[in-house]
Each structure stands twice: as structure tokens, then as C-alpha cells.
Write a protein that binds this ligand. Structure first.
Ligand code: ATP
Ligand code: PH2
Length: 167
């Protein structure tokens, strides 16, 4: 049986990088996503300590909510194209980069393929995700964990620094 797909879906993305002109790259990435999707909400920009023990030097991170007509796989292709255009080289996992864009949520859809895992698997373990997420979508319920962004932030054991960015 065919399932009916809504014409548009609300997706939540995290963007960030720790190399190059970080603020300009972040603005260029948001603009590039907004060229073919509607930006519904944008968090502030946060300066965040590198998470994961691989990358060196602080990131700028931002979470945005978009309304998109794309399927999740098409959205992944778009963000990978934007990452590439903004200088991203395929490097080691969790390593330094000029621009990384991840899909945190795609509505309430759950996807687990080799190419795409949604909700993104590390949301509840990353303060650099949860602080901007809870700023713009405090009551959004994680469709697998059944917890709101605020609750996940309260329970998060990641104590790394996340502060509002001041240029
Ligand atoms: N929700 C998702 N958003 C973006 N990429 C995803 C997602 N789920 C799986 N991927 C896959 O992950 C691959 C590696 O992505 P990437 O290099 O950005 O990982 P990373 O940023 O080092 O680690 P992490 O995803 O934990 O932040 C991508 O090629 C993509 O196919
Ligand atoms: N603070 C912070 N740390 C990270 C980030 C990021 O966007 N912000 N991205 C990573 C790539 O997976 C690894 N570590």
C-alpha cells in the first residue's frame, strides 16, 4: 500500500564548523539552505567546545527549523552539496571541518539506513545540539526517546562549554 507523504515537512538541522571564517561560513550555509527551503526558526549562534575528543578548537553552532518539500534523502544530498561548496573535505569522523550540517529531525519520521539515521543518534549526548535546540523548540518531543528538548538538556551529562557567541 502506498503511504501518502505530506507536501511539506518540518525538519531540524544543526550547522557548525571550527575552521576558516566560522561566522561567515555559518551565515553562508544558512542562506544556502534557505535558497530552496523556508527557514521557520533560527537559534542564536553558540560558541561550543569541540565535542568527541577528535576536533581541536571551538566550533560555532546553530540550529534551524525549516519547512521543506524535499524527501529526507534529497535534503541529505542538498546539505552535503552545501558542505562541499563551503570547503568541507571528507575527513576523519568528529574531526575539524569548515562546515558540517546534520539532520536532527525530519518531522517525527524515523529513518535507519546506511546513509541516513534520523533522529540523529547523538542528540541527547551533545550539549552543543541541545542548547540551541531547546532555545527554539523546547517542547519538541524526540520521537524515539519520548523526551522533550528541555528534558534532554536537563538530563544531559555533557558538561562541555556552550556559550552565546559574541563577535
Ligand atoms: N541525520 C544525519 N544527518 C547527516 N548525515 C547523516 C545522518 N545520518 C547519517 N548520516 C551519514 O553520516 C555520514 C557522515 O557524516 P559526517 O561526516 O557529517 O559525520 P560526522 O559529522 O563526523 O559525525 P556525526 O554525524 O556524529 O556528527 C554522511 O555521509 C551521511 O550519509
Ligand atoms: N562543539 C562541537 N563539537 C563537534 C561538532 C560540532 O558541530 N560542535 N561536530 C563534530 C562532527 O561530528 C564533532 N564535534
Amino acid at each position: 500500500m502506498n503511504t501518502i507523504r505530506p507536501m511539506t515537512e518540518n525538519a531540524v538541522l544543526i550547522l557548525g564548523g571550527n575552521r576558516g571564517a566560522r561566522e561567515e561560513l555559518l551565515k553562508a550555509a544558512v542562506e544556502a539552505v534557505g535558497a530552496s527551503n523556508t527557514i521557520v526558526k533560527q537559534s542564536k549562534i553558540y560558541e561550543t567546545a569541540a565535542w568527541g575528543g577528535v576536533a581541536k578548537g571551538p566550533f560555532l553552532n546553530q540550529v534551524i527549523e525549516i519547512k521543506t518539500k524535499l524527501r529526507a534523502e534529497e535534503l541529505l544530498e542538498l546539505i552535503q552539496h552545501i558542505e562541499k561548496r563551503l570547503g568541507r573535505k571528507r575527513a576523519e569522523p568528529w574531526g575539524d571541518r569548515t562546515m558540517d550540517i546534520d539532520i536532527l529531525f525530519f518531522g517525527k519520521t524515523i529513518i535507519a539506513t546506511d546513509l541516513l539515521q534520523v533522529p540523529h543518534p547523538f542528540i541527547s549526548q551533545r550539549k552543543f545540539v541541545l542548547v540551541p535546540l531547546a532555545e527554539i523548540l523546547p517542547d519538541f518531543m524526540h520521537p524515539v526517546l519520548g523526551k522533550s528538548s528541555q528534558e534532554m538538556l536537563r538530563e544531559c551529562e555533557d558538561k562541555s562549554q556552550v556559550k552565546e557567541y559574541e563577535r
